[in-house]
Design a protein around this ligand. Structure first.
Ligand code: SAM
Length: 263
């Protein structure tokens, strides 16, 4: 008998995964090993939580919907040790959660309306995250993994690829969920880079430069970046002032953001 009575909430992006074969593929992608610290974002009715718990014996889950907490705890009885943090994931300090011990492995079929904020929140804590296996709208995964020159290469691609290796894994059709979303989904793996190899010296400046560059993506760098740097700096970073942001590789943005500010 199911412990879950409340109908899915659209406002919380609740599309519950029901297709066993995709659940198995996600568990396989996570492939938990003894000692791993698994943290799931948005466990919902436990589609991924319970199989992971069965395999690993222990897991922390962050869920915002109060109606799901008790049924989820009940479902986990006798399966493994489940700790639920009843909170908005954007208010969870992963660095505190890691508490200076082993790095966290994040997993989640993310609420699609919050997927970008969750990704940006996670990269702020990249130093305490070993890897992430996330399901998102396929369109978002395409943008995350896009390369320069692609129509969908943008702020999300540059910000994520600067801090993580991004690997799309597989596509999941709407029919795998209840209720089905309107669009295809995809699972992606993100592995934070070694902090010493990232090369971003001033994260805030980097964020500012990338935001400006793609804020007006039709414009040349000279124009789009006029409020944050001048033509000499663009050239000093080895970039062409008449290029557009969508043609600039991640390393180019890093070089530009690392230049000393002008007066
Ligand atoms: N993991 C389940 C599955 O695969 O069936 C549910 C996935 S559902 C797409 C997204 C889940 O995230 C829901 O359980 C929803 O309540 C939860 N959620 C939505 N907003 C959240 C937030 N801000 N913080 C934490 N969880 C949230």
């Amino acid at each position: 008998m199911s412990h879950f009575k409340a109908p899915p909430k659209k406002s919380l992006g609740q599309h519950f995964l029901t297709d066993r074969s995709y659940i198995d593929k996600i568990v396989l992608a996570v492939n938990p090993q003894p000692g791993d610290r698994l943290v799931e974002i948005g466990p919902g009715q436990g589609a991924i939580t319970l199989p992971l718990l069965r395999k690993h014996g222990e897991l922390t889950a962050i869920e915002f919907d109060r109606d799901l907490i008790t049924p989820l705890m009940e479902s986990s009885e006798g399966v493994g040790r489940l700790t639920i943090i009843h909170k908005d994931v954007l208010a969870v300090d992963f660095t505190k959660l890691a508490a200076g011990e082993d790095k966290l492995r994040l997993v989640g079929n993310l609420p699609y309306n919050l997927s970008s904020p969750i990704l940006f929140h996670a990269i702020e804590h990249a130093a305490v995250i070993r890897d992430m296996v996330f399901m998102l709208q396929k369109e978002v995964v395409d943008r995350m993994a896009a390369e320069p020159g692609s129509k969908v290469y943008g702020r999300l691609s540059v910000m994520l690829q600067a801090y993580c290796a991004v690997t799309p894994l597989f596509v999941v059709p709407p029919g795998a969920f209840r209720p089905p979303p309107k669009v295809d989904s995809a699972v992606v793996r993100l592995i934070p880079r070694d902090p010493d190899s990232i090369g971003v010296q001033a994260p805030q400046r980097f964020t500012e430069v990338v935001r400006a560059a793609f804020g007006q993506r039709r414009k040349t760098l000279r124009n789009a970046l006029s409020s944050v740097c001048n033509v000499e700096q663009i050239e000093a970073a080895g970039l062409r002032p008449d290029a557009r942001a969508e043609q600039v590789e991640v390393a180019g943005f890093i070089r530009l953001a690392n230049l000393p500010p002008t007066e």
